[in-house]
Design a binder for this molecule. Structure first.
Ligand SMILES: Nc1nc2c(c(=O)[nH]1)N[C@H]1C(S)=C(S)[C@@H](COP(=O)(O)O)O[C@H]1N2
Ligand SMILES: [Mo]
Length: 542
């Protein structure tokens, strides 16, 4: 390794040791001491709204993975710089690690559930990181004066210092007389550096795995016997699903259900730890424990959830059969005061949604505890979340919900509203072409196209499809609709078409809801209150 390379690797070794030690020690302190998650969450928190939106659009459900990789890359780059800048008399790299440690502590302390002792692993990690950096540039491993310090960054003064000191250091400390020349020291330093990088990474991975295993609610979730349903949903007829075309299933399987949230690591909240506090503009504050839920009627309801960030033609929409309790029944115990118009619900990780009181005191809003006949998957809000038909998730669908403050829109602002999204988020009437896929080749002959349309909680009355046009042959034709299940769920559609004219074609879809409103062709961005426009797909007949 060149002298420059050794410095860079030394910086990375220091960072690996710092993060590894913090992560491994953090496992003993619990998830709130996890500095990696804290920093990542702080990055999410501090990222401007439009950039978050861009990340969701671009990466969708993989946005977290992108962030984790990005954070690691940034750490590695800073570590390389720290390694290059560290000098015995001017410990700039050490100072950078110290600053990173302070930033890490601030991130840990800023977390909703964090406490002062949670910074201990971060501090110890930073100290070990600095120790590593100091060790690697110490006389014992100094490579100057023989191995060829070619680094211009080394500077004359520094080279002189290191070179001068290293002679005596090496002679005095190396037990292997005769083999202690500088080239050998360089080799030892490379090996030690690589070893420390390996040890740091290994402890980091071990710490992350231990933290995950010890805090996991997988066992709690497995033991959860679902409540007996008092008010079952009417059965879903097979006719909701159009035939002869490969469309999404009317009910989305849990692993396929879209996922959007700001949680870098999924909150692990057991039923035992769960509490739901209802307070604010109420007659009496109440706090429900898990066992208290038994006294409410358990209801079951298929609902299609949609994300406001879903672009035209996007996939951030799914349907599940939810089981849970009416939010109305819970609110009734607290008694909502007449002048309140919003409920600010909060999750265990501090995320908030602002939902109109009217939407929550209606029949349909649920505190859901099960999804498609299973306890909520942890990433979908275990043990309890809100599901409110007709509203985008960002104003209603709080996962890991623990608090509901009854308030007013002119007094409180929720997470995404503070970042520039609309305070109100009714779902817009929209539709999507799923078949054909963009760019697909369609052989000449009869073919069935299809897709989905939604307008929760008004319901879809009609779907029209146009192939080519408006200037070409194209005219709007009525699609064949799958059976309507309810106004709270999407509707699947299909269209039989005869592929005749070889060459490029375009298919466009538009939906009409049960109020008679036909979705607008006007294109709007997801920000601030949901995308609009007709979805078109280009394909070719061969
Ligand atoms: N705690 C928490 N709940 C949340 C969010 C979040 O970031 N944190 N995101 C909301 C958004 S924007 C949407 S669209 C839905 C998505 O729910 P899902 O991930 O179960 O599909 O969850 C909502 N609930
Ligand atoms: Mo969303």
């Amino acid at each position: 390794m060149s002298a420059q390379g050794l410095r860079v690797a030394g910086g990375i070794a220091a960072a690996a040791v710092a993060v590894g030690v913090a992560q491994l020690l953090g496992a003993a302190f619990g998830p709130e001491a996890d500095v990696r998650t804290a920093v990542g969450s702080a990055v999410i928190e501090l990222t401007p709204g439009p950039v978050k939106e861009w990340a969701i659009q671009l990466f969708g459900t993989a946005d977290k993975l992108f962030l984790s990789v990005a954070v690691l890359v940034v750490i590695a780059l800073l570590a390389a710089v720290a390694g290059l800048l560290e000098r015995k008399r001017r410990p700039i790299g050490s100072a950078m690690i110290a600053i990173a440690g302070v930033v890490g502590c601030a991130a840990v302390l800023s977390r909703a559930q964090g406490s002062a002792v949670d910074v201990i692993p971060t501090i110890v990690g930073a100290v070990c990181g600095i120790g590593t950096l100091r060790l690697l540039i110490s006389d014992r491993f100094a490579t100057t004066g023989g191995a060829g310090e070619t680094s211009p960054a080394g500077g004359a003064g520094e080279s002189g210092e290191a070179g001068g000191a290293s002679e005596s250091g090496a002679a005095g400390e190396s037990g292997e007389a005769g083999e202690a020349g500088p080239p050998d020291r360089a080799k030892r330093r490379s090996l030690l550096t690589l070893g420390l990088i390996g040890a740091g990474v290994a402890s980091g991975v071990a710490g992350a795995v231990i933290t995950r295993l010890t805090s996991s609610v997988a066992g709690d979730r497995q033991q959860f016997a679902l409540p007996e349903v008092d008010v079952p949903a009417p059965p879903i007829p097979p006719t909701v699903q159009p035939k002869n075309v490969d469309l999404p299933s009317f009910v989305t399987a849990n692993p396929d259900f879209y996922r959007i949230d700001t949680a870098l690591t999924v909150p692990q909240l057991s039923r035992e730890q769960w509490e739901l506090r209802i307070h604010g503009m109420v007659d009496r504050e109440v706090t429900f424990r898990w066992g208290d839920l038994d006294r409410f009627e358990a209801v079951e309801q298929p609902v299609t959830l949609t994300c406001v960030s879903n672009p035209v033609g996007g996939e951030l929409i799914s349907t599940a059969v939810w089981t849970g309790y009416r939010v109305r029944d819970l609110l009734a115990e607290a008694g909502v005061r007449g002048d309140a118009d919003m409920v600010l619900s909060r999750s265990i990780d501090g995320w908030t949604a602002g939902t109109p009181v009217d939407a929550l005191t209606g029949e349909k809003a649920m505190l859901a505890v099960a999804m498609n006949g299973e306890p909520l998957p942890v990433e979908h809000g275990y043990p309890a979340r809100l599901v409110v038909p007709g509203l985008y998730g960002y104003v209603s669908a709080t996962k890991w919900v623990i608090d509901m403050e009854v308030t007013r829109f002119d007094r409180a602002e929720a997470y995404w509203t503070r970042l520039g999204w609309s305070a109100r988020g009714p779902i817009k009437t929209e539709s999507r072409v799923d078949v054909p896929r963009s760019g697909q080749d369609v052989p000449a002959g009869p073919v069935t196209f299809g897709g989905v349309a939604w307008a929760q909680d008004r319901g879809v009355r009609a779907v029209e499809v146009r192939v080519d046009g408006p200037d070409g042959e194209g005219r709007w034709q009525q699609a064949t609709l799958g059976a309507a299940y309810s106004d709270e769920t999407w509707r699947l559609w299909s269209l039989d078409w005869e592929a005749r004219q070889p060459g490029p074609h375009t298919i466009t879809v538009r939906a009409t809801d049960n109020t008679g409103y036909t979705q607008t062709s006007e294109r709007a961005d997801p920000v601030p209150d949901g995308a609009t426009g007709w979805h078109s797909v280009d394909f070719a007949v061969t």
